[in-house]
Design a protein around this ligand. Structure first.
Ligand code: DQA
Length: 159
């Protein structure tokens, strides 16, 4: 690894961003609910903000619960200081993701593009929110921006 990259790796605080199932289809998927912004555009906005704040972001999108559980489980070993997650449909079903967050014990912020409390009843319950520092829901792409700001202030207040 070049020296500059090595130094950056060493000095920048790292946040793990996880996008759950079907979020790779943003921009095509139920646009009336999720808007027209693609996942690549959201990631670009997150990376721009992280750069301004001196944070390194690693971003994962997966449709597979086990991959998400694996990434969370390794987050501390991989030097992440916080997790920003949109668990998507797993919000409402995944005991495994909830347990992984509990196990790794890193500050975690849950985000949703849509307001899950204004939608179908089955979306009103999040199994993930009770093990997070907080949840941001309903502000479209801005939920991610607010969520990242929250995660950054959590890690800055801890160091
Ligand atoms: C979502 C809300 C979930 O209920 C849904 O399953 C998603 C996206 C959101 O960002 O609004 O896939 O997490």
């Amino acid at each position: 690894m070049p020296l500059i990259a090595e130094l950056k790796e060493f000095t920048l605080k790292k946040i793990l961003v996880i996008h759950g199932p079907n979020l790779h289809l943003l921009g095509q998927r139920e646009k009336d609910i999720y808007g027209e912004t693609t996942l690549a555009e959201i990631n670009k906005q997150l990376q721009d903000l992280a750069k301004k704040r001196g944070i390194q972001l690693d971003i994962l999108q997966s449709n597979h619960e086990g991959d998400i559980v694996d990434a969370i489980g390794k987050a501390k070993t991989n030097q992440f200081k916080a997790i920003l997650i949109n668990p998507a449909a797993y919000t409402h079903t995944s005991v495994a993701i909830r347990d992984a967050i509990l196990a790794v014990n890193l500050p975690t912020v849950e985000v949703h593009l849509s307001n899950i409390y204004a939608r179908e009843d089955f979306r009103h319950n999040s199994l993930i929110a009770p093990v997070c520092q907080g949840q941001i829901s309903g502000f479209g792409v801005h939920s991610y921006i607010l969520g990242l700001e929250a995660a950054i202030s959590l890690i800055n207040s801890r160091s």
